[in-house]
Write a protein that binds this ligand. Structure first.
Ligand SMILES: *Cc1c(COP(=O)(O)O)cnc(C)c1O
Length: 382
Protein backbone atom coordinates (compact mmCIF):
# COMPACT_ATOMS: atom_id res chain seq x y z
CA UNK A 1 0.00 0.00 0.00
CA UNK A 2 1.20 3.55 -0.75
CA UNK A 3 1.75 5.86 2.23
CA UNK A 4 -1.56 7.29 3.50
CA UNK A 5 -2.26 10.96 2.78
CA UNK A 6 -2.33 13.71 5.41
CA UNK A 7 -6.14 13.62 5.22
CA UNK A 8 -6.19 9.97 6.29
CA UNK A 9 -3.54 10.48 8.95
CA UNK A 10 -5.49 13.43 10.42
CA UNK A 11 -8.77 11.50 10.55
CA UNK A 12 -7.00 8.66 12.35
CA UNK A 13 -5.01 11.01 14.60
CA UNK A 14 -6.51 9.59 17.79
CA UNK A 15 -6.86 6.08 16.47
CA UNK A 16 -4.31 4.27 18.60
CA UNK A 17 -5.92 1.16 20.00
CA UNK A 18 -5.32 0.82 23.72
CA UNK A 19 -3.66 -2.56 24.17
CA UNK A 20 -5.21 -3.12 27.59
CA UNK A 21 -8.85 -2.13 27.04
CA UNK A 22 -9.17 -2.16 23.24
CA UNK A 23 -10.52 1.41 23.32
CA UNK A 24 -10.20 2.98 19.84
CA UNK A 25 -9.72 6.46 21.31
CA UNK A 26 -6.77 7.10 23.63
CA UNK A 27 -7.33 8.15 27.24
CA UNK A 28 -6.58 11.68 28.50
CA UNK A 29 -3.45 11.88 30.65
CA UNK A 30 -4.08 14.59 33.26
CA UNK A 31 -1.12 13.56 35.46
CA UNK A 32 1.27 16.43 36.18
CA UNK A 33 4.11 14.23 37.44
CA UNK A 34 5.58 10.85 36.50
CA UNK A 35 7.11 8.18 38.71
CA UNK A 36 10.69 6.93 38.88
CA UNK A 37 11.72 3.37 39.69
CA UNK A 38 14.03 2.02 42.41
CA UNK A 39 17.05 3.13 40.34
CA UNK A 40 15.60 6.70 40.28
CA UNK A 41 15.16 6.36 36.50
CA UNK A 42 11.91 7.51 34.87
CA UNK A 43 9.53 4.64 34.13
CA UNK A 44 8.10 6.41 31.07
CA UNK A 45 9.24 9.18 28.71
CA UNK A 46 8.41 12.24 30.82
CA UNK A 47 8.95 13.60 34.29
CA UNK A 48 6.56 16.58 34.52
CA UNK A 49 3.72 17.89 32.36
CA UNK A 50 4.75 21.53 31.83
CA UNK A 51 7.41 20.64 29.22
CA UNK A 52 5.00 18.06 27.72
CA UNK A 53 2.76 15.15 28.70
CA UNK A 54 1.66 12.17 26.56
CA UNK A 55 -1.58 13.85 25.39
CA UNK A 56 0.28 17.02 24.33
CA UNK A 57 2.99 14.96 22.64
CA UNK A 58 0.42 13.15 20.54
CA UNK A 59 -1.31 16.38 19.47
CA UNK A 60 2.04 18.01 18.65
CA UNK A 61 2.91 14.99 16.47
CA UNK A 62 -0.35 15.41 14.54
CA UNK A 63 0.38 19.11 13.99
CA UNK A 64 3.96 18.37 12.86
CA UNK A 65 2.58 15.78 10.42
CA UNK A 66 0.04 18.29 9.05
CA UNK A 67 2.77 20.88 8.48
CA UNK A 68 5.47 18.40 7.34
CA UNK A 69 7.52 19.95 10.15
CA UNK A 70 10.28 18.31 12.19
CA UNK A 71 8.58 19.69 15.33
CA UNK A 72 5.47 21.51 16.53
CA UNK A 73 4.60 22.96 19.94
CA UNK A 74 1.22 23.49 21.58
CA UNK A 75 0.45 26.68 23.48
CA UNK A 76 -2.36 27.71 25.82
CA UNK A 77 -3.67 30.14 23.15
CA UNK A 78 -2.77 31.61 19.78
CA UNK A 79 -1.64 34.78 21.55
CA UNK A 80 0.68 32.77 23.83
CA UNK A 81 2.28 31.30 20.69
CA UNK A 82 2.74 34.79 19.16
CA UNK A 83 4.10 36.11 22.48
CA UNK A 84 6.75 33.36 22.48
CA UNK A 85 7.86 34.35 18.96
CA UNK A 86 8.03 38.05 19.92
CA UNK A 87 9.99 37.17 23.05
CA UNK A 88 12.52 35.29 20.91
CA UNK A 89 13.44 38.57 19.15
CA UNK A 90 16.68 39.92 20.68
CA UNK A 91 16.33 43.15 22.71
CA UNK A 92 16.15 46.14 20.37
CA UNK A 93 15.68 43.85 17.34
CA UNK A 94 13.86 45.07 14.23
CA UNK A 95 10.49 43.51 13.36
CA UNK A 96 8.26 44.05 10.32
CA UNK A 97 4.56 43.24 10.56
CA UNK A 98 1.38 44.35 8.80
CA UNK A 99 -0.83 47.44 8.99
CA UNK A 100 -3.72 45.02 8.75
CA UNK A 101 -3.40 41.91 10.88
CA UNK A 102 -4.96 40.18 13.89
CA UNK A 103 -5.67 43.07 16.22
CA UNK A 104 -4.40 41.42 19.41
CA UNK A 105 -1.07 40.50 17.78
CA UNK A 106 -0.53 44.08 16.62
CA UNK A 107 -1.22 45.38 20.15
CA UNK A 108 1.29 42.88 21.56
CA UNK A 109 3.94 44.07 19.08
CA UNK A 110 3.20 47.72 19.94
CA UNK A 111 3.57 46.85 23.61
CA UNK A 112 7.02 45.40 22.91
CA UNK A 113 7.88 48.70 21.14
CA UNK A 114 6.66 50.76 24.12
CA UNK A 115 8.83 48.67 26.45
CA UNK A 116 11.75 49.43 24.07
CA UNK A 117 12.25 45.73 23.46
CA UNK A 118 11.87 45.97 19.68
CA UNK A 119 11.58 48.44 16.81
CA UNK A 120 8.65 47.91 14.47
CA UNK A 121 7.67 48.79 10.91
CA UNK A 122 4.23 48.01 9.52
CA UNK A 123 3.54 47.48 5.81
CA UNK A 124 0.26 46.80 4.03
CA UNK A 125 -0.36 43.04 3.67
CA UNK A 126 0.77 41.81 0.26
CA UNK A 127 2.69 45.03 -0.62
CA UNK A 128 5.96 43.30 -1.54
CA UNK A 129 7.82 46.46 -2.72
CA UNK A 130 7.04 48.06 0.68
CA UNK A 131 8.20 44.90 2.45
CA UNK A 132 11.45 44.91 0.45
CA UNK A 133 12.01 48.58 1.30
CA UNK A 134 11.36 48.00 5.02
CA UNK A 135 13.72 44.99 5.29
CA UNK A 136 17.13 45.91 6.75
CA UNK A 137 20.31 43.98 7.54
CA UNK A 138 19.32 44.08 11.23
CA UNK A 139 15.74 42.87 10.63
CA UNK A 140 15.21 39.88 12.90
CA UNK A 141 11.62 38.88 12.20
CA UNK A 142 9.10 39.43 9.42
CA UNK A 143 5.61 38.52 10.64
CA UNK A 144 2.89 38.13 8.06
CA UNK A 145 -0.70 36.98 8.17
CA UNK A 146 -2.39 35.49 5.12
CA UNK A 147 -5.22 35.87 4.40
CA UNK A 148 -5.16 38.94 6.67
CA UNK A 149 -8.00 39.93 8.98
CA UNK A 150 -10.42 41.40 7.99
CA UNK A 151 -10.02 42.27 4.27
CA UNK A 152 -8.46 38.84 3.55
CA UNK A 153 -5.54 40.42 1.69
CA UNK A 154 -3.25 37.62 0.53
CA UNK A 155 0.52 37.65 1.03
CA UNK A 156 2.71 35.74 -1.44
CA UNK A 157 4.55 33.52 1.06
CA UNK A 158 7.41 32.35 -1.24
CA UNK A 159 8.16 35.98 -2.21
CA UNK A 160 7.96 37.14 1.43
CA UNK A 161 10.40 34.33 2.34
CA UNK A 162 12.86 35.50 -0.34
CA UNK A 163 12.71 39.05 1.05
CA UNK A 164 13.20 37.84 4.63
CA UNK A 165 16.03 35.46 3.80
CA UNK A 166 17.87 38.06 1.67
CA UNK A 167 18.46 40.03 4.91
CA UNK A 168 18.88 36.98 7.14
CA UNK A 169 15.51 37.47 8.90
CA UNK A 170 13.06 34.82 10.07
CA UNK A 171 9.71 34.68 8.26
CA UNK A 172 6.83 33.88 10.61
CA UNK A 173 3.35 33.30 9.20
CA UNK A 174 0.08 33.53 11.11
CA UNK A 175 -1.82 30.99 9.03
CA UNK A 176 -4.86 30.76 11.32
CA UNK A 177 -7.27 31.45 8.46
CA UNK A 178 -5.43 29.12 6.07
CA UNK A 179 -4.98 25.90 8.07
CA UNK A 180 -2.54 23.23 6.82
CA UNK A 181 -5.25 21.37 4.89
CA UNK A 182 -5.12 24.25 2.40
CA UNK A 183 -1.75 26.01 2.94
CA UNK A 184 1.54 24.58 4.18
CA UNK A 185 3.42 27.78 4.93
CA UNK A 186 6.69 26.01 5.80
CA UNK A 187 6.76 24.21 2.45
CA UNK A 188 6.26 27.63 0.81
CA UNK A 189 9.39 28.97 2.52
CA UNK A 190 8.25 30.26 5.94
CA UNK A 191 10.53 29.48 8.89
CA UNK A 192 7.79 29.38 11.52
CA UNK A 193 4.06 28.90 11.08
CA UNK A 194 1.56 29.83 13.77
CA UNK A 195 -2.10 28.91 14.25
CA UNK A 196 -4.71 29.97 16.69
CA UNK A 197 -5.96 26.41 17.18
CA UNK A 198 -8.98 28.04 18.83
CA UNK A 199 -10.26 28.59 15.27
CA UNK A 200 -10.30 26.07 12.39
CA UNK A 201 -8.00 23.45 13.93
CA UNK A 202 -10.34 22.74 16.83
CA UNK A 203 -13.34 24.08 14.95
CA UNK A 204 -15.98 23.87 17.67
CA UNK A 205 -15.53 27.14 19.61
CA UNK A 206 -14.82 25.25 22.83
CA UNK A 207 -11.00 25.12 23.11
CA UNK A 208 -8.43 27.92 23.46
CA UNK A 209 -5.05 26.80 22.08
CA UNK A 210 -2.18 27.81 19.82
CA UNK A 211 0.40 26.05 17.70
CA UNK A 212 3.85 26.83 16.36
CA UNK A 213 5.64 24.59 13.86
CA UNK A 214 9.15 25.08 12.50
CA UNK A 215 10.93 24.33 9.23
CA UNK A 216 14.22 23.71 11.03
CA UNK A 217 15.18 22.94 14.61
CA UNK A 218 17.51 25.96 14.59
CA UNK A 219 18.69 28.20 17.49
CA UNK A 220 15.51 30.34 17.33
CA UNK A 221 13.36 27.25 17.68
CA UNK A 222 15.44 26.14 20.68
CA UNK A 223 14.92 29.59 22.21
CA UNK A 224 11.14 29.33 21.60
CA UNK A 225 11.23 25.88 23.22
CA UNK A 226 12.87 27.39 26.32
CA UNK A 227 10.23 30.15 26.49
CA UNK A 228 7.47 27.57 26.01
CA UNK A 229 8.50 25.20 28.76
CA UNK A 230 9.84 27.79 31.22
CA UNK A 231 6.91 30.22 31.01
CA UNK A 232 4.45 27.32 31.02
CA UNK A 233 2.08 28.75 28.39
CA UNK A 234 0.83 25.23 27.69
CA UNK A 235 -2.71 23.92 27.20
CA UNK A 236 -4.42 21.58 29.67
CA UNK A 237 -4.65 17.88 28.90
CA UNK A 238 -8.42 17.98 28.40
CA UNK A 239 -8.22 20.94 25.99
CA UNK A 240 -5.48 19.14 24.08
CA UNK A 241 -7.58 16.00 23.84
CA UNK A 242 -10.56 18.04 22.60
CA UNK A 243 -8.29 19.73 20.05
CA UNK A 244 -7.30 16.32 18.65
CA UNK A 245 -10.94 15.34 18.50
CA UNK A 246 -11.68 18.52 16.51
CA UNK A 247 -8.64 18.05 14.24
CA UNK A 248 -9.95 14.72 12.97
CA UNK A 249 -12.68 16.52 11.00
CA UNK A 250 -10.54 19.48 9.89
CA UNK A 251 -10.38 18.52 6.20
CA UNK A 252 -14.08 17.87 5.75
CA UNK A 253 -15.10 20.94 7.78
CA UNK A 254 -12.76 23.27 5.91
CA UNK A 255 -13.84 21.95 2.51
CA UNK A 256 -17.52 22.51 3.32
CA UNK A 257 -16.94 25.93 4.91
CA UNK A 258 -14.91 27.02 1.87
CA UNK A 259 -17.58 25.82 -0.56
CA UNK A 260 -20.36 27.57 1.38
CA UNK A 261 -18.40 30.82 1.74
CA UNK A 262 -17.63 30.86 -1.99
CA UNK A 263 -21.30 30.27 -2.86
CA UNK A 264 -22.38 33.07 -0.50
CA UNK A 265 -19.70 35.47 -1.79
CA UNK A 266 -20.70 34.80 -5.41
CA UNK A 267 -24.41 35.19 -4.69
CA UNK A 268 -23.97 38.45 -2.76
CA UNK A 269 -21.66 40.13 -5.31
CA UNK A 270 -24.56 41.71 -7.18
CA UNK A 271 -26.51 42.75 -4.04
CA UNK A 272 -27.38 46.45 -4.15
CA UNK A 273 -27.09 46.71 -0.36
CA UNK A 274 -23.34 46.00 -0.54
CA UNK A 275 -20.44 48.17 -1.68
CA UNK A 276 -17.99 45.26 -1.74
CA UNK A 277 -17.64 41.55 -1.03
CA UNK A 278 -14.13 40.68 0.15
CA UNK A 279 -13.26 37.01 -0.40
CA UNK A 280 -9.99 35.66 -1.86
CA UNK A 281 -11.95 33.02 -3.80
CA UNK A 282 -13.60 35.67 -5.98
CA UNK A 283 -11.68 36.40 -9.23
CA UNK A 284 -12.11 40.14 -8.54
CA UNK A 285 -10.27 39.97 -5.19
CA UNK A 286 -6.77 41.53 -5.51
CA UNK A 287 -5.17 38.45 -3.90
CA UNK A 288 -7.04 35.88 -5.98
CA UNK A 289 -4.14 34.78 -8.22
CA UNK A 290 -1.76 34.28 -5.29
CA UNK A 291 -4.50 32.64 -3.20
CA UNK A 292 -5.17 30.18 -6.03
CA UNK A 293 -1.48 29.17 -5.91
CA UNK A 294 -1.09 28.90 -2.14
CA UNK A 295 -4.57 27.95 -0.84
CA UNK A 296 -4.78 24.66 -2.68
CA UNK A 297 -7.78 23.10 -0.96
CA UNK A 298 -10.25 25.96 -0.46
CA UNK A 299 -10.22 29.70 0.28
CA UNK A 300 -11.75 29.28 3.73
CA UNK A 301 -14.93 30.30 5.45
CA UNK A 302 -14.05 33.94 6.16
CA UNK A 303 -15.43 36.83 4.15
CA UNK A 304 -16.17 40.49 4.78
CA UNK A 305 -18.87 42.78 3.44
CA UNK A 306 -18.84 46.55 3.03
CA UNK A 307 -22.43 47.55 3.72
CA UNK A 308 -23.92 50.48 1.77
CA UNK A 309 -25.08 53.11 4.28
CA UNK A 310 -21.97 53.20 6.46
CA UNK A 311 -21.51 52.47 10.16
CA UNK A 312 -25.19 52.55 11.12
CA UNK A 313 -26.36 50.24 8.33
CA UNK A 314 -23.51 47.80 9.16
CA UNK A 315 -24.52 47.80 12.85
CA UNK A 316 -28.18 47.16 11.96
CA UNK A 317 -27.25 44.37 9.53
CA UNK A 318 -24.99 42.54 12.01
CA UNK A 319 -27.73 42.68 14.65
CA UNK A 320 -30.46 41.48 12.28
CA UNK A 321 -29.27 38.02 11.22
CA UNK A 322 -30.97 35.06 12.89
CA UNK A 323 -28.74 32.12 11.94
CA UNK A 324 -25.44 34.04 12.09
CA UNK A 325 -24.75 34.76 15.77
CA UNK A 326 -23.30 38.18 16.53
CA UNK A 327 -19.99 37.23 18.20
CA UNK A 328 -16.24 37.52 17.75
CA UNK A 329 -13.94 34.62 16.72
CA UNK A 330 -14.09 32.35 13.69
CA UNK A 331 -13.65 28.88 12.27
CA UNK A 332 -16.30 27.08 14.32
CA UNK A 333 -19.11 24.87 13.04
CA UNK A 334 -21.63 27.66 13.77
CA UNK A 335 -21.77 30.80 11.62
CA UNK A 336 -20.78 34.11 13.24
CA UNK A 337 -21.16 37.75 12.21
CA UNK A 338 -19.33 40.79 13.55
CA UNK A 339 -19.32 44.54 12.90
CA UNK A 340 -15.57 45.10 13.33
CA UNK A 341 -15.22 48.86 13.91
CA UNK A 342 -16.75 49.01 17.41
CA UNK A 343 -14.66 45.94 18.35
CA UNK A 344 -11.32 47.29 17.11
CA UNK A 345 -11.90 50.90 18.23
CA UNK A 346 -11.29 54.32 16.64
CA UNK A 347 -7.53 53.77 16.08
CA UNK A 348 -8.06 50.75 13.85
CA UNK A 349 -7.77 51.19 10.06
CA UNK A 350 -10.81 48.90 9.55
CA UNK A 351 -13.64 50.46 7.49
CA UNK A 352 -16.70 51.74 9.41
CA UNK A 353 -19.05 49.64 7.29
CA UNK A 354 -17.15 46.34 7.36
CA UNK A 355 -18.99 43.27 8.62
CA UNK A 356 -17.03 40.04 8.99
CA UNK A 357 -18.61 36.63 8.48
CA UNK A 358 -17.36 33.25 9.64
CA UNK A 359 -19.29 30.70 7.61
CA UNK A 360 -20.07 27.50 9.49
CA UNK A 361 -21.51 24.14 8.54
CA UNK A 362 -25.20 25.06 8.29
CA UNK A 363 -27.07 24.65 4.99
CA UNK A 364 -25.57 27.41 2.78
CA UNK A 365 -29.01 28.17 1.26
CA UNK A 366 -30.33 28.94 4.77
CA UNK A 367 -27.31 31.14 5.51
CA UNK A 368 -27.72 33.08 2.27
CA UNK A 369 -31.44 33.63 2.91
CA UNK A 370 -30.62 34.87 6.42
CA UNK A 371 -28.07 37.38 5.07
CA UNK A 372 -30.40 38.62 2.31
CA UNK A 373 -33.26 39.14 4.74
CA UNK A 374 -31.05 41.02 7.21
CA UNK A 375 -29.60 43.17 4.40
CA UNK A 376 -33.04 44.10 3.10
CA UNK A 377 -34.24 44.87 6.62
CA UNK A 378 -31.24 47.01 7.55
CA UNK A 379 -31.67 49.13 4.40
CA UNK A 380 -35.45 49.48 4.60
CA UNK A 381 -34.96 50.90 8.08
CA UNK A 382 -32.98 53.89 6.69
C1 LIG B 1 -7.80 34.35 17.08
C2 LIG B 1 -6.57 34.70 16.35
C3 LIG B 1 -5.34 34.84 17.03
C4 LIG B 1 -5.23 34.70 18.53
O1 LIG B 1 -5.55 33.41 18.94
P1 LIG B 1 -6.17 33.06 20.42
O2 LIG B 1 -6.26 31.59 20.37
O3 LIG B 1 -7.47 33.77 20.51
O4 LIG B 1 -5.20 33.57 21.43
C5 LIG B 1 -4.22 35.15 16.27
N1 LIG B 1 -4.29 35.31 14.94
C6 LIG B 1 -5.45 35.19 14.25
C7 LIG B 1 -5.46 35.40 12.77
C8 LIG B 1 -6.63 34.89 14.94
O5 LIG B 1 -7.79 34.80 14.26
Amino acid sequence: MTAPTRTTLTVQAMHAIDQITGAVIPPIHPATTYARGADNQLIGEQDYRRPSGPTEKQAARVMAMLEDAPEAKLFSSGMAAIAAVIESVPTGGHVIAQTEMYYGAKLLLQRAVAKQRITLDLVAPGDLPALTAAARPDTDLIWIESPANPSWAVVDIPRAAEIAHAVGATLGVDSTCAPPCTTQALALGADIVMHSATKYLNGHSDVLAGVLATRETDPRWEEIGEIHSKTGAVPGAFETWLLMRGLRTLWVRFERQSASALAIAEALQADAGLEAVLYPGLPGHPGHAVATRQMTNGFGGMLSLHIAGGYEAAARFAAATKLFTQATSLGGVESLIEHRKPIEGPDSPVADNLVRLSVGLEDPADLLADLREALAGSHNAV
